[in-house]
Design a protein around this ligand. Structure first.
Ligand code: DGY
Length: 323
């Protein structure tokens, strides 16, 4: 039987590349160089499936390439704001993603950033490495206590709920949340979470605000100068969602002027570029998009893509249909 031709756009964990190689006629990206528009278009013309990840922009120019052969985009990642879903729908291309398997690890990173910004973790590490530490003293590098403080979540999907669990049960934090649609009580039963009617409500009441909304036009610069002004001057903002949910220049001003106390960022507008002004601020903790970056999770994400692919090519329903 002729195996479907599959193009993988970036290097994947070995175990998943081995599985793909056994079951498909696969073209791997061993040196992990990002593919150009021309290369992605060529892949769409010559492969039955293309497996992109969150850094590959699949816009209409790529999706609508002449003589397209690809019928499925199996995205390695839960976020899909880099894929033009309208163009994919019109072209009849199936798009899948990888929910569930990265929930806990991404929530861990959100919690880690919360702790880092509250307790000045990154700043403390720099202090020791720079050999500036002269010893313990009662007023040295004081941060903010986390236990018992209020966590506000904007977006209440899987990752937000996993973070809320850690924060509520591990750190005794009361939980506030805003979600544009209603959340089934079963999903948040053990959290005693208070629903807010607007992002503004969360921003003005929480000590820590963590963003968990999808990227895209609807959430572009959701956190802007006006909304940052609603936050308490002692509050911290955590972003593990997408960089462009936050207006970076407004955030830099808010951090510099003391509008808010600190921030923890795992995602950036236009990443991997990071606004150089952020690098000059001690009250922001920065990570290079590590949300799902554990061995276990990245292997699970890869297998989830292949599970979807297997279902598609045997004519069954894909598990994680986006479109
Ligand atoms: C995703 O899957 O969308 C994440 O941003 C990668 O960790």
């Amino acid at each position: 039987m002729v195996k479907p031709v599959v193009v993988v756009t970036r290097r994947w964990p070995q175990a998943v590349e081995d599985r793909l190689s056994a079951d498909y006629d696969v073209c791997l990206n061993q040196d992990d160089t990002p593919m150009s528009v021309t290369e992605l278009q060529y892949a769409m013309q010559n492969a039955d499936a293309v497996l992109p990840t969150v850094t590959d922009v699949f816009d209409a120019e790529i999706i609508n390439v002449n003589e397209r052969r690809t019928r499925i985009l199996g995205n390695f990642g839960v976020g899909f704001n880099h894929i033009d879903l309208e163009a994919a729908t019109v072209a009849g291309i199936t798009v899948t993603n990888t929910p569930d398997v990265l929930t806990d690890c991404t929530a861990d990173i959100a919690m880690m950033l919360l702790l880092m910004t509250a307790r000045r973790g990154a700043e403390g590490d720099r202090h020791v490495r720079d050999r500036e530490w002269i010893g313990w003293r009662p007023t040295h590098m004081l941060g903010t206590k986390v236990t018992g403080k209020t966590l506000g979540l904007i977006g209440m999907g899987r990752i937000a709920r996993a973070m809320a669990k850690k924060a509520h049960h591990g750190f005794n934090m009361p939980i506030l949340y805003y979600n544009p649609s209603s959340i089934s009580d079963d999903l948040i039963a053990d959290l005693n979470a208070v629903k807010c009617d607007s992002p503004e409500d969360v921003l003005s009441r929480a000590d820590f605000v963590s963003l968990h909304c999808p990227g895209g036009e609807q959430t572009f610069h959701l956190i802007n100068a006006d909304r940052l002004k609603l936050m308490k001057p002692t509050a911290h903002l955590i972003n593990t969602a997408r960089g462009d949910v936050v207006d970076t220049l407004a955030l830099i001003n808010a951090l510099r002027n003391g509008t808010i106390a600190g921030a923890g960022l795992d995602v950036f507008e236009g990443e991997p570029h990071v606004n150089p002004e952020l690098l000059t601020l001690d009250n922001v903790s920065l990570l290079p998009h590590l949300g799902s970056a554990t061995q276990e999770t990245r292997i699970a994400m890869g297998h989830r893509v292949v599970d979807n692919l297997d279902a598609f090519f045997r004519g069954a329903d894909v598990i994680d249909r986006v479109v």
